[in-house]
Write a protein that binds this ligand. Structure first.
Ligand code: ZN
Length: 203
């Protein structure tokens, strides 16, 4: 519909038109084929180019295919994991010690996280103790995430208390609770691989 939008950056002819079709993209050593890729093509030399949102759209499609092939988390999944803990995008960048705006780009869908980063994010999603460590080492304070972690601690304590109560029905409620608290703190410490957590769990 839009004919001869601009001159070709390769050959200079005014033979560039908009087209939708299959384009093969090179990403490192790989070829990513996008079937419905909106692009500009030169009728004279065949040069393919992108402009403005056309480029965004194409980059998103290539990224999406890379993600599918490598079985990586989608932007929606990344966002869901971040929001589960209530982190900002900048906090995720600090947590993962990645560059400013890196997470922003992943979540926007134009850039794909590495497999290593993907694994780490999955770990963070299911391992609260790892998250606690990363928050500590990154100096990240976040009320929402801390509440989330506190709720998990609470749940573990309650489970231990319930088990203790089954095994020692004569123990007083306060004793059970106190014992459960100590046991839960000990479990956390062992998950952190040392006694350096002592000040924190004692608080
Ligand atoms: Zn051309």
């Amino acid at each position: 519909m839009l004919d001869h939008i601009e001159s070709c950056s390769e050959c200079g002819q005014h033979t560039v038109t908009e087209s939708i079709g299959r384009v093969v993209h090179r990403v490192g050593q790989r070829e990513i084929i996008v079937d419905q890729d909106r692009h500009l093509v030169c009728g004279h030399c065949g040069n393919i180019s992108y402009r403005g949102e056309m480029l965004d759209e194409s980059q998103r499609k290539v990224a999406s295919m890379l993600r599918q092939q490598d079985n990586l988390l989608t932007p929606d999944e990344l966002r869901a994991i971040r929001l589960k803990y209530g982190f900002t995008q900048a906090e995720m960048e600090k947590l993962l010690t990645i560059g400013a705006k890196t997470w922003v780009r992943w979540e926007r869908g134009k850039v794909v996280q590495s497999s290593a980063a993907d694994q780490m994010i999955r770990q963070i999603s299911k391992n609260p103790e790892l998250l606690r460590d990363l928050m500590r080492s990154g100096g990240i304070r976040n009320d929402s995430a801390e509440k989330f972690l506190a709720a998990i601690d609470e749940e573990v304590e309650q489970r231990i208390a319930a088990r203790l109560s089954e095994n020692f029905p004569d123990l007083k409620h306060e004793t059970l609770q106190a014992a459960a608290r100590i046991a839960a703190a000990e479990v956390r410490r062992s998950q952190h691989g040392g006694a350096d957590q002592a000040e924190r769990t004692a608080a």
